[in-house]
Write a protein that binds this ligand. Structure first.
Ligand code: HEM
Length: 413
């Protein structure tokens, strides 16, 4: 196949993937893209032609490849769009898109405060929140929307409480966060006014929150991040703001999809719904299989730091390497019968939390929230019945997930 026909086909398929019509089930398109093999993609907004990778092995290799950079260059654009009085923290890159040694340093400092112990302590509070949210839905005289009434408020409340954001501000923070999520969606499209204003407002707010914790520390994660000292090193004010913003956005815009996608898979598979209700021990496998079968994050990207050959394609330094994680998860070369939702697989392989130096810092928290939410959900729903199938979807291509999942009301406790 010549480069031109291959480009053309890939572009068409990507166009179909971006179309909202594909949102309920993009997986047949992912299969077709995977069948093309590693393919050149030349978008007008990129300086050089890039490559799209969609097999499991190749995604895995790119995530581990030290020649790949996570600096995806949109920050320069963003800084240009900020008003002159914007706090300097808006120019601080999120460490998600930094390379060593800056990434290594920040990740080490954050890990010292965002510990497994801190997350483990949350288990009881998360269970309590799940039941409170289900109680509220049970008492209301309306169908229950699993996304709006459970999957969204749970991770939002958990991360806000961890960070010490007062309850009265949660709604506001949610609004800024959902506006700026557009920055991490899609194929590197330029930021919109909405996303820029969301980032700016969140930065102004977090500057104040951090200053108030500096003056009056508490038991929260922000105070712990302020207090971290490692070999004489600590986090600057602007670094703190950007880290807290990243934790806030990464902490719920993804987990909402894990809970929603898991609930949807269970509702569509009454046998697994019943099995989880019978045996809560199955929750870990249900969560892992959801992460594989219908992951919360579909795409990530890297940039080639040198001219190189990747999977038989010549790339120039600066070329984008787009990884279709959701396509890799359905790779029949890696998983038998990949299109089936089967929590009983002997081994569940996925890249939903990435791999290598940028492996998701919040994976234990996301898993804990999803496990507790799904276990309780199946216990309190009268039966696995969907009032609308397929449900409507948020229009995000990357952080893809249902906008709402309506079901009959849960039972009272
Ligand atoms: C990184 C997915 C939940 C914080 C990542 C990456 C992925 C990911 C794929 C790596 C991106 C890359 O290498 O390009 C997810 C999914 C989640 C989830 C699917 C939920 C189901 C969370 C939560 C938090 C969090 C709850 C924090 C509260 C982070 C941070 C990074 C990250 C800080 C950057 C790590 C680094 O660059 O070293 N996540 N995430 N994530 N995630 Fe998550």
């Amino acid at each position: 196949m010549t480069a031109t026909t291959r480009d053309h086909t890939l572009l068409e398929l990507i166009g179909m993937l971006i179309d909202p019509a594909a949102r309920p089930d993009p997986y047949p398109l992912y299969s077709r893209i995977r069948e093309l093999g590693p393919s050149v993609l030349d978008l007008a907004l990129w300086e050089n032609p890039g490559i799209v990778i969609s097999s499991y092995r190749e995604c895995e290799a790119v995530l581990r490849d030290p020649r790949m950079s996570s600096q995806r260059g949109r920050d320069r654009n963003l800084a240009d769009l900020m008003p002159s009085g914007a706090p300097s923290s808006v120019r601080q890159r999120w460490f998600l898109s930094l390379d060593p040694p800056d990434h290594t340093r920040l990740r080490r400092l954050v890990s010292a405060a965002f510990t497994a112990r801190r997350i483990g302590r949350l288990s009881e509070r998360i269970s309590e929140l799940v039941d409170e949210l289900l109680d509220r839905a049970a008492e209301r005289d309306a169908p229950f929307d699993i996304v709006e009434d459970l999957a969204y408020p749970l991770p939002m409340t958990v991360i806000c409480e961890m960070l010490g954001v007062p309850a009265a501000d949660h709604e506001q923070v949610r609004d800024w966060s959902s506006r700026l999520t557009r920055l991490i969606d899609g194929f590197g499209a330029p930021p919109t006014g909405e996303s820029v204003s969301g980032l700016l407002a969140l930065n102004v707010y977090l500057n104040e929150l951090i200053a108030s914790r500096q003056a009056d520390p508490g038991d929260d994660l922000v105070s712990a991040l302020i207090a971290v000292r490692e070999g004489g090193d600590s986090l600057s004010h602007d670094e703190l703001v950007s880290i807290v913003a990243l934790l806030l956005v990464a902490g719920h815009e993804t987990t909402v999809n894990l809970i929603a996608n898991g609930a949807l898979a269970l509702l569509r598979h009454p046998d697994h719904f019943a099995a989880l209700r019978e045996n809560p021990q199955l929750a870990d496998a249900v969560v892992e299989e959801t992460l594989r079968y219908d992951p919360p994050v579909h795409i990530t990207a890297r940039v080639a730091t040198e001219d190189m050959e990747l999977s038989g394609v010549r790339l120039r330094r600066g070329a984008m390497v787009v990884l279709l994680l959701a396509a890799a998860h359905r790779d029949p070369g890696e998983t038998d019968n990949p299109d089936a939702f089967d929590p009983y697989r002997p081994e569940i392989k996925h890249l939903a939390f990435g791999l290598g130096p940028h492996y998701c810092l919040g994976a234990p928290l996301a898993r804990l929230e999803a496990r507790l939410a799904l276990t309780r959900l199946v216990q309190r729903l009268p039966e696995p019945a969907l009032l609308q199938d397929p449900p409507p979807y948020r229009d995000h291509v990357n952080l893809r997930g249902p906008l709402s999942i309506t079901v009959p009301r849960p039972s009272l406790r």
